[in-house]
Design a protein around this ligand. Structure first.
Ligand SMILES: C[S@@+](CC[C@H](N)C(=O)[O-])C[C@H]1O[C@@H](n2cnc3c(N)ncnc32)[C@H](O)[C@@H]1O
Length: 347
């Protein structure tokens, strides 16, 4: 009897834990809605009542109060009293005009990625992109001709890359390179960090047209206009020659092995014998444990599966991919909790 009660108490707590996991997407969508409505920006000015916020955001006051109460239960806001809400340190990270912000990522996750995750079953059954299933668009075609989506995506990547850029630049010595090309560099957060720390270095950002205007604006704001060029192009056609280092951050994980090989072979054609290829990627462990960095790797890996029919790789998979693309790995340096820089030379 005693044993049964203990088992059942354990099961009850496991059931609540599982229930929490099963339903945890409410948090994601609630945060997205707050980000969309710019609630954090309004609360940063001063604490506000529901009516004040409803008026500013054009929302239904009672429904908005329920959203804010829910978000107060997970530290995004704080319910000061029945009808007054204030910002929290976590909520400040949703402000739109802040270097610390994750607002664009919340918008991207809550809109575009939300729908692809809703079709994860298809991706697991087929290994193919759920985004392609629901939109008919492959690769990065979903950004073509959709400047609003492209801006959210590019800003979201700036926010994510900002989390890792400093560690990457501290872990790997870029000072020996005169010219670094950031292939698929987006709005250039990593290249900006490299140029900031390596004053003799010039940077070339190579990406599709959707990144051009935003990237140029960011390099100008960073005071780096004179050491930077944007080269527009498609890395499946060719990669421009001439750089001493070609860095691809979070690019190869967007593509299956065949497509990745095409990109890397184009880098191989462009690269000088003494130049270096650098992949800044997250490396999968051979075995997953109950660890927060393993959970973040799994999230990224499955996101790549659902969005692009692609995924993260183990060290052995990266080495095999690079070898089959004409490179040999010279070293791998760890750069923060999940990222590494894989250095390779033309074989
Ligand atoms: C996941 S993002 C990574 C952006 C940036 N490297 C970072 O980590 O912040 C992938 C980038 O690859 C670029 N890209 C995708 N297809 C491309 C292509 N065919 N030619 C050039 N760039 C491409 C995208 O536009 C995007 O900026």
């Amino acid at each position: 009897m005693g044993i049964n009660r203990e088992t059942s108490a354990n099961n009850l707590s496991l059931k609540y834990k599982l229930l929490d996991l099963v339903t945890s997407s409410w948090k994601s969508q609630a945060i997205y809605v707050a980000a969309e409505l710019k609630i954090a920006d309004y609360l940063l000015e001063a604490p506000k009542t529901t009516d004040e916020l409803a008026e500013k955001t054009g929302t239904h006051a009672r429904a908005l109060k329920r959203l804010l109460s829910g978000l107060s239960s997970i530290e995004v806001f704080r319910q000061v009293d029945d009808d007054l809400f204030e910002i929290t340190p976590m909520g400040k990270l949703l402000c739109s005009d802040s270097n610390e912000s994750l607002r664009s990522w919340a918008l991207w996750w809550g809109t575009n990625l939300w729908q692809t995750w809703g079709n994860l079953l298809y991706s697991v059954q087929t290994g193919e992109s759920a985004r392609k299933l629901i939109s008919g668009k492959d690769g990065f075609d979903h950004l073509k001709g959709n400047s609003e989506a492209a801006e959210i995506f590019n800003n979201a990547l700036v926010e994510l890359t900002r989390l890792a850029a400093e560690s990457i630049v501290n872990a790997y010595n870029f000072s020996e390179f005169d010219t670094v090309m950031d292939v698929g560099g987006g709005y250039g957060e990593l290249l900006i960090t490299i140029l900031d720390k390596n004053l003799n270095c010039k940077g070339i950002l190579f990406d599709l047209p959707h990144a051009k205007v935003g990237a140029k604006k960011r390099f100008k704001q960073a005071g780096l206009k004179h050491r930077f060029e944007f080269e527009e192009g498609d890395f499946f056609d060719s990669v421009p020659p001439g750089a001493d280092a070609y860095i691809l951050k979070s690019v190869i994980h967007d593509w299956n092995d065949e497509d990745s090989r095409s990109i890397l072979e184009n880098c191989r054609k462009a690269i000088k014998p003494d130049s270096r290829l650098l992949l800044a990627e997250q490396i999968l462990p051979d075995k997953f444990d109950v660890l927060s960095n393993h959970q973040s790797l799994a999230r990224s890996d499955l996101t790549m599966l659902a969005a692009l029919g692609a995924g993260e790789r183990t060290e052995a998979e990266f080495k095999a991919l690079l070898k089959s693309s004409g490179f040999s790995v010279t070293k791998i340096v760890s750069a923060g909790p999940t990222f590494s820089v894989i250095e390779a030379e033309p074989a």
